[in-house]
Design a protein around this ligand. Sequence first.
Ligand code: ADP
Length: 454
Amino acid sequence: MSIRWRLALSFALLLVIPATIASMFFFVAFRRYVISEQVDSRLKVYSTLFLTTLASGATDNVDYDVISSTLASLGDTTSPEIWVQLTDADGNVLAKSDNLGDENLPVVSLSQSSVVTVTSASGDELRLLPVGFEAEGQRYQLQFAQSLSSIDPILSRMGVTLILVVMVFLALAFISAAVLVGRALSPVKKVTATAQSITSSSDLTRRVDYRGSKDEIGRLAATFDQMIEQLDGLMRSQRSFVADASHELRGPLTVFQGNLGLLRRNLSEEDRQESLRALEAEAARMTRVINDLLVLAEVESGLLDQQQMVSLRDLLLDAQDRAMLLAGDRQIIVGRQDDLWVKGDAHKLDQMINNLVGNAVKYTPDGGIITLSLCEEDGWARLDVSDTGMGIAPEHLPHLFDRFYRVDKARSRAAGGTGLGLAIVKGIAEQHGGRVAVTSELGKGTMFTVWLKL
Ligand code: ADP
């Protein structure tokens, strides 16, 4: 059974208990009302009428003989039947209405002046009104009674009506619960249908696109869409990554094949050396690409194995020393160098700074200035690597941290670049809970900034 029907059924069943209890209370109250209105008041009216007719309404003016002779003729005059019985002070039955037949009415104490419920000899429940009077110095009691079975048809009609009302009420509760639950669960249905269509078609562009209220289920639908969005992005980047990596490695392999073919022929020593140099250069490039890919794969896993407190200033000064060896006529300056420490992997942070400084050297012509600086900013360590180099056109900036993205492919290759350096920088910064940004002006220079949480 689906959740919808199960919830609707549970809801209806839960309502059965209070509805039944309420109906029972109502039924009991109604029975009391009917007894008092239909039976008791009739008995009172009848007794008054009886005594008024026979004794001008006064019980001290009753003629015993008149009563006893009148009682016998009473019988079919009332409907439902009212029984009347006359007893003496000791409870002996002196006369009774002929509709009583062989039965006698129970005699009750007169202190119970109002109507009482008694059980007759035949087991019937009766309402009985005792009225006492005196005649010729003797005490007598008149009992007026009516069987409660006379109200059974009214009660059973009420019982059937109540059962019908409760059933209609429950049916309405069940239907409205089913409609409400159905409505509330409709996004779940949409999520299931979307998940099924994604599974069967492998089309990750499909979305639930739920526009209803932002309740728990609405949020589930929105979260599902976000998850598929992320998965889609991940799959796309995975695909493009495989395509880019294959493309990147195909170049060196083509050079390999060409040069191996040449080497099989009878080449002059000079050409042979040239071929071998090309092979070595391509092998070195492949090694760099593969090494960078391995680093990137590890960085993008997001996990940090080695964590210790690392001095960013030491890393910056080390990077300056190393860069100076390759800088030629370029100047490498360290500006602010606050003593800042972050928790992380020293080797990776070193690689991140090196990649930025290496790029600054690569893309800045001789005579340019490369400035490194480290300072604190709002609880973050801010590390800047700026240069006075060639700069980057604005349209390239959004893609700069993508894998294998190069502004000038030939130049990057010639400089030994793999196009993975900035993707690694971004990966390492994010792996340490930080971020990286770039500002640049064509022909004037570029500044990369890394923020790491202190
Ligand atoms: P590469 O191995 O090609 O340097 P990167 O990912 O490190 O790859 O850099 C991507 C591209 O960004 C480079 O090809 C280059 O065009 C550009 N770039 C990076 N750093 C600088 C810089 N300091 N100045 C100018 N261009 C830069």
